[in-house]
Design a protein around this ligand. Structure first.
Ligand SMILES: Nc1ncnc2c1ncn2[C@@H]1O[C@H](COP(=O)(O)OP(=O)(O)OP(=O)(O)O)[C@@H](O)[C@H]1O
Ligand SMILES: [Mg+2]
Length: 256
């Protein structure tokens, strides 16, 4: 497999009138088959609300008890995953949906007792991903992992940004792109930064300028960048943001 582009699609950009799925399909048809990783926290929250199940967040992660887990799995690995697969297929590509439990892609341990069934990646096994991309099929991976021997289902909820960083590292990705719902990383004055060093990123997290969902994203960026993978955070709502990514968004640099 030539080094793939790994694309993380934020749940917050899903449903926006963008061109991401057409761009993914066009890339795959040209022989450059990307790997797609997605979240879907907002859709999971909507279904949990509909079912009257309350949830709360700790350090940006959803506390996932035995009531929450089946809904998160059903929504992320089911509804959201199949919507993305169908959209890429409708755009002329050939996509196959997977969770991190399929093909043992995402092996985890339990992250912390107070978070319930939230997984922290231990290993990514890319064999199934390689097989699919070699066949021209775009793997679309939802952020569900497995913990051998844990809980009734052995399934865990994983932050999608973390998963994207791990997949990029394990597949030797040539680039990792986060499509999200802001133009890039903003500094204290609200200006979108064209580039961000690891040191500056850590300072912005420490001062609270980088907050909420941007924190795990930055951590995943730094992890991949340190391994030598070029990383970018780009506005997925803009037309052809994927194809024009080098002219927009924020590049995360590994060095000081
Ligand atoms: N310094 C910052 N610069 C830019 N965005 C920031 C910053 N600090 C916090 N954010 C927030 O981070 C959000 C993006 O992360 P979020 O987790 O909401 O989206 P996502 O990861 O693309 O989607 P999902 O979590 O559903 O997969 C932005 O909408 C913004 O509100
Ligand atoms: Mg997020």
């Amino acid at each position: 497999m030539s080094a793939p582009l790994v694309i993380k699609i934020g749940g917050s950009t899903l449903g926006a009138a963008d061109t991401t799925f057409a761009d993914v399909a066009a890339m795959a048809l040209s022989g450059d088959v990307p790997i797609v990783v997605h979240g879907g926290g907002a859709e999971a929250s909507r279904w949990l609300d509909l079912m009257g199940i309350e949830t709360r967040f700790e350090r940006g992660l959803r506390v996932t008890d035995e009531q929450v887990l089946p809904v998160v799995v059903a929504v992320l690995a089911g509804l959201v995953n199949k919507r993305i697969v169908a959209a890429i297929n409708a755009a002329g590509g050939l996509a196959a949906g997977l969770s991190g439990a399929d093909g043992r892609i995402l092996e985890c341990r339990l992250a912390s007792p107070d978070l319930g069934f939230v997984g922290e990646p231990v290993a990514v096994h890319p064999a199934v991903l390689t097989a699919l991309t070699s066949a021209g099929v775009v793997p679309v991976i939802s952020s569900i992992g497995y913990v051998p021997g844990a809980g009734p289902d052995q399934l865990v909820n994983v932050n999608a940004d973390t998963l994207a960083g791990e997949v990029a590292a394990a597949t030797g990705a040539r680039e990792l792109v986060f499509l999200t719902d802001v133009e890039g990383v903003r500094d204290a004055s609200g200006t979108t930064l064209p580039a961000l060093t690891a040191q500056d990123a850590r300072a912005l997290v420490a001062s609270g300028v980088i907050a909420g969902g941007m924190v795990p994203k930055i951590e995943a960026c730094l992890h991949a960048a340190t391994l030598g993978v070029p990383v970018r955070i780009v506005d997925g709502r803009a037309a052809h943001s994927l194809l024009s990514r080098h002219e927009r968004g924020t590049a995360i640099m590994p060095g000081g």
